[in-house]
Design a protein around this ligand. Structure first.
Ligand SMILES: *[C@@H]1O[C@H](CO)[C@@H](O)[C@H](O)[C@H]1NC(C)=O
Ligand SMILES: *[C@@H]1O[C@H](CO)[C@@H](O)[C@H](O)[C@H]1NC(C)=O
Ligand SMILES: *[C@@H]1O[C@H](CO)[C@@H](O)[C@H](O)[C@H]1NC(C)=O
Ligand SMILES: *[C@@H]1O[C@H](CO)[C@@H](O)[C@H](O)[C@H]1NC(C)=O
Ligand SMILES: *[C@@H]1O[C@H](CO)[C@@H](O)[C@H](O)[C@H]1NC(C)=O
Ligand SMILES: *[C@@H]1O[C@H](CO)[C@@H](O)[C@H](O)[C@H]1NC(C)=O
Length: 230
């Protein structure tokens, strides 16, 4: 009976440890990230190690913390590490792309680690911009095509959206519905930027009315002339 209980407890504890094995976190270049860990006993000594993505096993100590005070910091993170609000949680400021990798925290003279994080740092997403593409006529209908793009599309996903649903295209081809609002979203896994447009701002030929009016005047003048010449 007791043995079965022990086995069950063992399995429970193991699965609890495994489930918090590795926590995925994302950051943005220039911003900060906080690795949250539960508060430890007072006077606990802990070490954080960093291992690059390419060689996660090659983890080097980057900071030693005793009694919630930073004692020694690796040159690379100097001035960028702090403990948050007098807790044991560690914050990295002014993130760089090269900070991506594995971070694990260990208690001094204890086997294994308390917690392990995988950090991925992304560049900030640029603002998308919208422009009208050259007009075309399809099956007798005049279409207006709005193109949404960003400077560097290789690291960002761009798509038009309507009512919160992605249209999975960067080219919005319209023959009507110019008064509906559409949103273009540029995103990477860490953040996004949006631009909202009303196609009529781009698609309605602003000069058209004036031209028609002008034509009207020409017609009237022509009529007058032909009337006078009678
Ligand atoms: C740990 O820090 C607390 C307050 O930050 C302090 O009162 C205590 O004396 C410190 N313990 C040691 C061993 O330095
Ligand atoms: C730190 O404390 C400030 C206010 O004292 C609070 O606004 C902030 O959310 C706290 N940060 C964390 C990570 O707990
Ligand atoms: C689109 O218009 C620009 C000038 O407005 C012109 O240079 C370009 O050749 C046009 N492209 C097509 C495909 O018609
Ligand atoms: C052309 O316009 C008509 C009426 O607005 C519409 O019913 C038809 O589907 C359009 N054709 C295309 C190819 O967009
Ligand atoms: C679209 O907006 C324009 C001006 O804002 C208005 O004159 C026109 O009636 C609107 N069309 C529709 C279908 O709502
Ligand atoms: C954009 O980011 C916000 C949070 O920053 C998120 O709530 C939203 O769902 C994102 N939108 C898209 C379209 O990814």
């Amino acid at each position: 009976m007791h043995d079965i209980l022990k086995v069950c407890l063992g399995v429970f504890c193991l699965s609890a440890v495994w489930s918090q094995d590795l926590q995925q976190v994302m950051g943005i270049v220039g911003e900060s990230i906080t690795f949250e860990i539960p508060n430890l006993q007072p006077n606990t000594e802990i070490t954080w190690r960093y291992g690059p993505i390419s060689a996660p096993g090659n983890a080097t100590p980057i900071v030693r913390i005793i009694n919630r005070t930073i004692e020694t910091v690796h040159e690379r993170f100097k001035t960028r590490l702090q403990l948050v609000n007098n807790t044991d949680s560690l914050r990295i400021n002014n993130l760089q792309e090269a900070d991506s990798g594995f971070y694990q925290v260990e208690e001094f003279r204890k086997n294994g680690f308390l917690k392990k994080f995988q950090l991925t740092v992304y560049n900030p997403v640029p603002m998308p911009h919208v422009k009208k593409m050259n007009g075309s006529v399809e099956l007798g209908n005049r279409t207006c095509t709005l193109l949404c793009s960003v400077g560097d599309p290789s690291v960002v996903t761009v798509s038009w959206m309507i009512d919160g649903k992605s249209l999975s295209t960067t080219q919005l081809k319209l023959t009507q519905g110019y008064n509906v609002t559409y949103t273009c979203v540029a995103s990477n896994p860490a953040s996004n930027q949006t631009v909202t447009v009303i196609p009529s701002d781009y698609c309605l030929d602003k000069g058209h009315g004036a031209v028609t009016q002008c034509n009207h005047y020409i017609v009237i003048i022509a009529l007058c002339l032909s009337w006078l010449s009678l």
